[in-house]
Design a protein around this ligand. Structure first.
Ligand code: ZN
Length: 491
């Protein structure tokens, strides 16, 4: 590999040079959505962050197996062991089969991902399709002595595990802290310690999503699915596990504990976490009414939005911040992103038709290295984008005749610019805005030709001729026919 990537490992809390276990193969696992509602910005950020990782690694020549799961069982309302299953609750409220809810929102999620130009992962396993693997994992944890069964439920013994290993090595929390922060909730009397978590839960009579197991008819705990599916598709130890920072505790911390308890070793070598999104400086929350779905962003139909935003504008906006920084959404910031994106894409068009000279007054190689350096430094997309804007200035200067470029340099500028803008950052001209523009032009031209027709009927030749001549200056040819008038662009 010509390029070495330095990535920030949440586990070691520092940047490390990325060395895959089995180069050029890379195993990448990212926690996907719990499918019980439309995707919002909180879903877009990890999807785009790890799409960037996936795209850049593939671009460098790695063979990446990217696994992003669909959580459709076992994710309870309070993110641990209590409350109703999120999918089952939605199904009950809408009077649907849980799998109808799953199918409906999975399809809508895929559509949103396509709109954001997020590449599909290599494998997208559903938790409900891997109950056998999850039961096997629970069995192994029981055999190793780090879990216990009570009344058909199986709990992970966090205190016993922590005495031997370290429950808290990812989140940096000590077990004392965790114990202090764990509320004693009703219905938890089965647990030996309040920090213990269910890896298999016996289903209550009204619980619809249930499977037979050696312990009870029940369902797996939320953290079990990622350990089970990660191991199944990427091996007992794999390269990168990613997700949002909100998943570090308890989800990923518990995932590590389960895998170590079952296999005697860590299952992940590099943990990567994207930071959170705020809206006008506030955390997203149901009570704040700022849970803006992606579909609402695309249509503009939300009271907090001034206008609709194109999916690629949302993508570009997210890439303008480093994935480990917080990102605040506001209409002003999105409008600025919209403008910036237009400049980048316009320069890509200009670059296709730029004039060649015998010699260059600008240096491309150094600029190109800076673009790679930015991406190699923990996927620093905002710095890479800043270098692309430097290129926009170069491109415009060459186009204005203020600078010159020779054939070799132009070839290098074109490949690098197109690779970064389209292949690595995944930006594109939005098809929708192109068709919108097309409809707009058609409508405007019809209005203009109608006015000209009326002028001719009133024998107002001066107005009719002025319209034809002015359009001619814009390279639009008007032809008078028996039926009226038609227009075409002179290429
Ligand atoms: Zn997960």
């Amino acid at each position: 590999m010509e390029h070495k990537i330095q990535l920030y490992n949440t586990l070691s809390r520092r940047k490390e040079i990325f060395e895959p276990l089995n180069p050029p193969h890379v195993g990448l696992y990212v926690c996907g959505p719990t499918v019980y509602g439309d995707a919002h910005l909180g879903h877009a950020r990890p999807a785009i962050t790890f799409d960037l990782v996936f795209r850049y690694m593939k671009y460098l020549g790695y063979k990446v197996r990217y696994v992003r799961n669909i959580t459709d069982v076992g994710h309870l309302e309070n993110d641990s062991d209590q409350g109703e299953d999120k999918v089952a609750k939605k199904a009950r409220l809408e009077q649907l089969e849980p799998m109808e809810v799953v199918q409906y929102y999975t399809l809508r999620y895929h559509k949103n991902m396509e709109q954001l130009n997020v590449l599909p992962p290599s494998i997208e396993p559903h938790a409900s399709g891997h109950i056998i693997e999850q039961i096997e994992l629970v069995k192994r944890i029981l055999e190793s002595g780090f879990a216990y069964e009570v009344n058909g439920s199986v709990y992970f013994d966090v205190v016993k595990y922590d005495a031997e290993y370290n429950y808290g090595k990812l989140s940096g929390r000590s077990i004392e802290e965790t114990l202090e922060n764990t509320r004693e909730l009703a219905g938890q009397e089965e647990k030996r310690n309040s920090v213990d978590f269910a890896i298999w839960k016996k289903a209550s009579p009204e619980h619809i999503m249930r499977w037979p197991s050696p312990w009870s008819d029940g369902f797996p705990g939320w953290h079990v699915e990622c350990s089970a599916m990660g191991c199944k598709y990427l091996g007992d130890t794999f390269d990168i596990h990613g997700g949002g920072m909100d998943l570090i505790f308890p989800h990923h911390e518990s995932e590590i504990a389960q895998s170590v308890a079952a296999n005697g070793q860590d299952h992940v070598r590099y943990w990567m976490h994207n930071n959170m999104i705020t809206i006008d400086g506030q955390k997203m929350g149901k009570s704040l009414n700022n849970f803006i779905t992606l579909n609402q962003f695309f249509s503009g139909e939300h009271e907090l939005l001034d206008q609709p935003y194109d999916p690629i504008t949302i993508r570009f906006f997210i890439l303008q911040a480093h994935y480990r920084s917080t990102l605040d959404f506001s209409n002003e910031a999105l409008k600025a992103a919209e403008k910036g994106l237009k400049r980048l894409l316009k320069a890509a068009d200009t670059l296709k038709t730029i004039k060649l000279s015998k010699s260059s007054t600008i240096e491309i190689k150094t600029w190109r290295n800076l673009c790679y350096q930015a991406m190699n430094d923990d996927f620093n997309s905002p710095i890479a984008i800043a270098h692309l804007f430097d290129a926009v200035r170069m491109i415009n200067s060459i186009n204005d005749g203020k600078e010159t470029i020779n054939a070799d340099d132009l070839a290098l500028l074109q490949t690098t610019y197109f690779d970064f803008v389209f292949t690595i950052l995944g930006l594109k001209t939005d098809d929708k805005s192109q068709t919108d523009d097309h409809h707009l032009v058609e409508g405007l031209m019809q209005t203009i030709l109608d006015i000209r027709k009326e002028a001719k009927l009133k024998k107002d030749w001066a107005t009719a001729d002025k319209i034809r001549d002015d359009l001619g200056k814009l390279n639009i040819e008007v032809k008078d026919t028996k039926e009226g008038a038609s227009w075409s662009k002179i290429e």
